[in-house]
Design a protein around this ligand. Structure first.
Ligand SMILES: [Zn+2]
Length: 183
């Protein structure tokens, strides 16, 4: 798997406000964008193209930002894991305490390879940050205050009926297999 660091410039867009973080969780998402892979998401984040309305109970900075985007060829890091992103639950613990990983699902992208790369990256980040498997969670895990439904169907292709089930448990076993290999 190829790793690439291509940070959003400090002080701009999603990194305009630096909020330190000591990560305790890893949150898994899917982009629900069927046209862009990891490179195009990286460009969009660097340009500040992914905006989100800033409201009292919503997005804190007016931009979406997360730590890694993964597709079938590369995992790109957009911001340090020591800074809070804006990808999960506004001012909630998902944003304040977790590393956000987005899986691409653009046409032509191999989803199984993407899931495998994501499992491997997750294992590396668990080891590097001392994060246990039980703290690897789907976006679904973090309720979004003021939204209906509060728990998002994300990453939708690893959930069943909009909630974690056998597919999510299989993903966690996959993460754990990679994690055990690192030890
Ligand atoms: Zn999500």
């Amino acid at each position: 798997m190829n790793f690439k660091v291509d940070m959003v410039r400090a002080g701009t867009h999603g990194r305009k406000v630096v909020r330190p973080m000591r990560p305790r969780y890893i949150t898994i998402h899917s982009t629900q964008n069927y046209t862009a892979g990891a490179e195009r998401h990286s460009v969009a984040l660097k340009r500040g193209a992914l905006r989100s309305p800033k409201t009292r109970t919503g997005n804190r900075i007016g931009y979406l930002i997360w730590h890694y985007t993964v597709d079938d060829s590369v995992a790109i890091q957009h911001m340090p894991t020591t800074e809070q992103g804006e990808h999960a639950d506004f001012g909630g613990p998902g944003n304040r305490l977790s590393i956000g990983i987005e899986m691409c699902e653009n046409r032509g992208n191999n989803l199984q390879v993407t899931i495998d790369h994501t499992a491997m990256l997750t294992a590396v980040l668990m080891k590097r940050n001392g994060i246990p498997l039980r703290n690897v969670v789907p976006h679904y895990h973090w309720p979004r205050r003021g939204r209906n439904p509060p728990n998002k169907n994300c990453p939708h292709f690893l959930l069943e009926g909009g909630r974690p089930g056998p597919k999510w448990r299989k993903f966690l076993r996959h993460v754990n297999m990679h994690y055990q290999r690192l030890n």
